[in-house]
Design a protein around this ligand. Structure first.
Ligand code: ATP
Ligand code: MG
Length: 759
């Protein structure tokens, strides 16, 4: 069947009206978006309303109506996987000609373009895209050449500053004085320039460069821009709320002549602010493209009534949003189940049994997902799943396979057994000790000729004069350290030992000074590893466990439970979703609140909204009253997001063996504000509020803020502050957790302290 046959076939006669397959499956608003093929169009609507489906159908419609040839269409998705799925669907609808659509992520599409025009920015078409290690080496060279103290100015910090600039579409020439600030004694701009020059000299780019160079090329070569404007006559973008400024500028240039730009997104699902995404892009679409058609989809096809109601109620607590209403014609379905567990392992155990019983009832594992706030949280579930033989997949990397975990395990293995050559190789120069390739070669040679382990060979080498004094010192120190840790390993708790090793070796410091966006997550993983070790009596017991866990392959043809972070789950859907770890500090994450205040809290809440709206039919949200973090037991308070969920859509469940009486003693911080019987579940927060107001005054959800005490006393009268909605202002009065602020533009207002940040 050729493409035309396929088109005809799919456009078969339906009750006398010729309507292609993809149009028949759409509601009126969706159809409007799909058939409106020319001019700027923004589909702005909530989760599960069919935005992605609209894009796919629109691809088919553009081709079927011959409005555009497949090679005239550019579609941008958030992940490569999403791009593959969209292409497959398009091929199903209109045939193999859909293969010619330019479809990919911003990075992949920009990389393709740049290879074609590389010489215009001084590159060759076979340029290398550097990974983060190479980038680091490069920036270090540049800084050293400039005589900078790398301890004072961590090179990682420079890299992340440069990448922020690139996300904003800024080349070195465009960096203003105020943008550069006084970082590195005001030399950030010239360093940026040198770094970029070095990249060019090496015929290399980093990720941010791909778009940045294309922007430069378009801005300096109107003929090339013209070429692309003529080639890509119809442009579509999914997840538009998470585009950064550079991506936005690139889209604007490409579409500026024909204006056939269709973006779909949901401001409530903007969750990449920390990586430079600008939700403002979506808000100013109408302004940038006057006369733009705005389509709002309100029918949610994904979730049941209860799930949708809970999501809508939760997100309504955000102030900085456009606001939209959603409905479903689906039934209310099952209420959301909120469970409190005594500790994290009870949570993992219970969720695993719930998954098993759903499986017995005939549900597919591939239709179930456990979504966590931070990567390290997968560990507890992975171990449980392995223990009971439940097939699972981790989107991203399995816990024990992560780089930092493998490094840390190598330290432990080498301390336990010095003849472990693989471990030795892995950590000999991690963190960097100046023991490079040349030294390693010497060690290898000695080990081969004398048939001894690398460690033994290294020991012999330091007794000789084969090494430069500096190298000899570094290697001696390494060997002394390993020997010392080995000598104490039997007398210590293994988790305490691990902490000592990882601290003293400089491994933890390496990540602490590492300013890349992944570094905090890696540190969390290391802490989680220490927690895992704490469950064992001896180091050998733990290492034995690890070799079994690592060896386990639970792949299955009947599908696997998906385990991933909330960030990775964007755009996806599952029949059943588990959202564990809803505790203050974990979710919302303490770090985000500390770094970004009120705006950070709103981003966390959007993440919760994304999580809830991944579920079609069943949703389980849970928290644990106690968690072992970094080897120490800590009590936890249920997430404020739980108390923001509407009670009539929930069922509260108490795990077996968990009595209110047992929870009470661990409710540190809340206990003093509570009278009467301690609350439970979402009630905990409400109880605290009631007490604070002393009378049974109506509940004011905003008062949930009472829990985070530090936030209350952060401000003093006269402070200059910033509020997401009202802008800059001065604090006039403080009443508990509320601030009375004279805003520069919005006048005098009372606002919740935690939505305000110092400026
Ligand atoms: P998100 O905001 O999470 O990315 P979305 O708006 O992109 O969601 P889709 O993933 O396109 O939503 O659609 C959600 C679900 O609803 C999908 O399973 C899709 O197939 C289904 N769906 C969308 N529109 C319709 C429709 N008109 N009739 C039936 N099902 C639909
Ligand atoms: Mg989508």
């Amino acid at each position: 069947m050729d493409d035309n046959d396929k088109l005809e076939n799919n456009a078969e006669i339906d009750e006398g009206i010729s309507k292609p397959l993809w149009l028949r499956e759409l509601n009126e608003a969706q159809k409007n978006a799909v058939t409106n093929l020319n001019g700027p169009l923004l589909v702005l609507s909530g989760a599960g309303t069919g935005k992605t489906r609209v894009l796919t159908s629109r691809l088919a419609q553009l081709i079927a109506t011959r409005t555009a040839n497949p090679f005239n269409i550019l579609a941008v998705t958030f992940t490569n996987k999403a791009a593959r799925e969209m292409r497959k669907r398009a091929v199903d609808l209109v045939g193999p000609m859909a293969e010619q659509i330019t479809l990919g992520t911003f990075h992949s599409v920009a990389a393709q373009m740049l290879r074609r025009h590389a010489e215009l920015v001084g590159l060759k078409s076979n340029f290398t895209i550097l990974d983060s290690d190479d980038q680091l080496r490069l920036i270090k060279q540049v800084m050293e050449a400039d005589g900078l103290d790398l301890k004072r100015w961590p090179p990682r910090m420079m890299l992340s500053l440069f990448s922020r600039w690139k996300d904003k579409g800024l080349t070195p020439e465009k960096i203003t004085k105020s943008e550069a600030g006084d970082a590195v004694q005001g030399r950030a701009k010239s360093l940026f320039k040198s770094y970029q020059d070095r990249l060019l000299a090496l015929n290399a780019t980093d990720f941010g460069d791909l778009l940045l160079h294309m922007l430069t090329i378009f801005n300096q070569n109107s003929d090339i821009l013209d070429l692309y404007q003529k080639k890509l006559t119809h442009i579509m973008v999914d997840e538009y709320q998470d585009t950064n400024v550079a991506q936005y500028l690139w889209l604007r240039l490409l579409s500026s002549s024909h204006k056939n730009l269709c973006c779909v997104g949901d401001d409530d699902q903007s969750i990449y602010g920390w990586r430079g995404a600008e939700v403002g892009n979506i808000l100013k679409f109408e302004h940038d493209f006057p006369g733009a058609e705005i389509v709002r989809l309100e029918e949610n096809y994904r979730s049941t009534g209860h799930i949708l109601a809970a999501a809508s109620q939760l997100i309504s607590n955000n102030q900085g949003r456009l606001g939209k209403s959603l409905f479903t014609t689906d039934s209310d379905g099952e209420k959301i189940r909120i469970a409190g567990y005594w500790d994290g392992s009870e949570e993992a155990r219970t969720i695993s049994s719930q998954i098993e019983s759903l499986l017995k009832d005939g549900q597919l594992l591939s239709e179930m997902a456990v979504l966590v706030r931070a990567g390290y949280q997968t560990r507890e579930f992975e171990e449980r799943f392995i223990a009971i033989g439940l097939p699972y997949r981790v989107v991203g990397t399995r816990f024990y396979e992560r780089l930092e975990i493998r490094d840390a395990l190598s330290y432990l293995r080498l301390v336990y057994q010095q003849s472990d050559d693989l471990a030795f190789e892995r950590i000999i120069n991690t963190p960097r000790r100046g023991l490079g390739e040349a030294t390693l070669q010497l060690i290898y040679k000695l080990s081969r000729t004398q048939n001894i382990s690398l460690f033994e060979a290294a020991k012999k080498l330091i007794m000789s004069d084969d090494l430069k004094p500096q190298v000899n010192r570094a290697l001696s120190k390494f060997i002394e350290d390993i020997t010392r840790w080995h000598s104490i390993h039997l007398d210590m708790q293994p988790d305490a030992l691990a902490e000592i090793i990882l601290e003293e070796s400089g491994y933890v410091t390496m990540w602490q000074t590492h300013k890349s966006p992944e570094a905090p997550g890696r540190l969390e993983n290391i802490k989680e590893l220490v927690t895992a070790i704490g469950e064992f009596e001896t180091l050998s017991g733990f290492l034995e466990h690890i070799s079994l866990v690592m060896d386990n392959d639970t792949q299955s043809t009947d599908g696997e439970v998906t385990l991933m972070t909330l960030h990775a789950a964007k755009g996806l859907e599952f029949d059943t979703v588990f959202l564990p770890g809803w505790e203050e500090g974990i979710f919302p994450s303490q770090r985000t609140l500390e770094e970004n205040g009120g705006a950070g809290l709103e981003e966390e809440r959007r993440l919760a909204y994304v999580g809830i709206t991944r579920a079609r039919r069943k949703l389980f949200i849970s928290f644990a009253a106690n968690r072992r973090i970094h080897g120490l037991w800590q009590s936890a308070i249920p997430s404020r997001f739980i108390s923001e969920l509407p009670e009539n859509h929930l069922i509260e469940e108490m795990a077996r063996g968990l009595s209110i009486g047992r929870i009470e003693p661990v409710m540190i911080g809340l206990a003093e504000t509570r009278v009467g019987k301690p609350g439970y579940g979402p009630g905990w927060d409400r109880m605290a509020i009631r007490t604070k107001n002393s009378q049974n005054t109506p509940l004011d959800m905003n008062n949930v803020q009472v829990i985070t005490k530090e936030q209350q006393s952060k401000f003093t009268i006269g402070d200059r502050v910033f509020h997401l909605k009202f802008g800059m202002g001065d604090v006039q009065e403080i009443e508990g957790d509320k601030l009375d602020i004279q805003f520069d533009k919005a006048g005098r207002k009372k606002v919740i302290a935690s939505f305000v940040t110092h400026k």
